[in-house]
Design a protein around this ligand. Sequence first.
Ligand code: SF4
Length: 488
Amino acid sequence: MTGSNSCDAPQEKCGVFGAYLKNRNAAPTAYYGLFALQHRGQETAGIVTSDGEKLHKIIGRGLVNTIFTKQKMKRLVGHLAIGHTRYSTTGGARLANAQPINCVAQVGEIAIAHNGNLVNTHELREELEAEGETFDPSENSDSHLIARIIARHIDEGPRIAVQKVMERCVGAYSIAVITPKQIFGFRDPWGVRPLVLGKHEDDYYIASETCAFRAVGAKFVQEIEPGQLVTIDETGYVIDQIVPVQKESLCLFEFIYFARPDSKMYGRSLYSARKQMGIQLAYERPAIADLVVPVPDSGIPAALGYSLASGIPFAEGMMKSRYIHRTFIEPDDEMRKLGVRMKLSPLEDNIEGKRIVLVDDSIVRGNTTGEIVKLLKDYGATEVHVRITAPRIEWPCYYGIDMSVRRKLIAALKTDDEICAHISADSLGFLSLEQAHLAVGKPDRGFCDACFSNNYPIPIPGRLRKKMTRIPSLPQAGQTQPALMGTK
Ligand code: SF4
């Protein structure tokens, strides 16, 4: 994959953040927290604060630093805040998709920020409607259903409200909630998406990743375990196990690509896990070459590991523009090619006449990797051997990552040799699933690796499964094969 925000990268759906500060306005803290979580969603962002009585909200399209102007921040008063960054998998960057989502409850207004995806959305919506809930056409996401369940029960306290969510919602969810007087965060009983608790003096924080704590001067306290709720108010924080852990299943892809390398999960630095993946990859998929070159920025730790283990020198082969983020236009093939060249600029002096091992973190749809190989060859590389620190992605993700349709995954359609030919590489090697787990080095902890293994920890309803895994028959001779959607 091509660094954060490269087009073929699988996209994390969201980052969540919450702050309960003793004596300060929480909005600036939420801003910095979201800024640190920008990699988890760049299409919309939002902050909701509470002054103890009323909620105040700003949401917008685009990056955190463009949405929350100084003027707008003045409206976000109060010492409690939650925030959200979103990558939307459908509907583009529509403001209607932005979170936090507000809902009216007996205790006053509440708002929720959700990272993950339910697998029983359809059934749950029907049930809630049968119970008398009505939804506006814009309230069409799983997050709206969760918000409604919390709103119904929050007057009985967060424990009951979250218990009701856990009884009825099936899927992946790490959620931050704000009420006029409290914030709370909880994680689904499988713990697919991360959620952590932080602290600085009498101020408490929740976040998708530990990197957000550094940004606000806080320290990591602990992970919120699967099925747990953390409630924060003026007395401090309390953690409750609302339902038993089902089967601990933290997303393996967080370790490979999604999370920031300066975050920790299961106590393991993502940077060092990725470097170790590069080391294992060098042993498992060796290559004869002159240089090891990362796809910046996400391929750097693994390329360093590959270089270390193989003895092949590490070199930067291209520079990544610091100013390109996601574009909101649907690229055609020509624009996609130009997009890669806008983002990545080759360093000719380093690559000309060289045999290169190109280290990247994943191949999802296969487009962008091919463009990068071509770019290196156009600027003089004599051979490009692609090495990928993820196993083959052959199965959809139903738990909140933008890889939901099997027919769009190149590894579901082609063999290694066919993918190698498709991306015009001289050789191609993926890290095996076994080696990826070894590199993470937490044999006593549970992971979801379903997009690699087809082994889904949370059962997927048959109807959804059938829809997402159907692969139409390959085109007959003379027919044009439809372009693989997406961009890498
Ligand atoms: S299916 Fe893949 S991307 Fe989705 S949660 Fe599991 S490991 Fe992560």
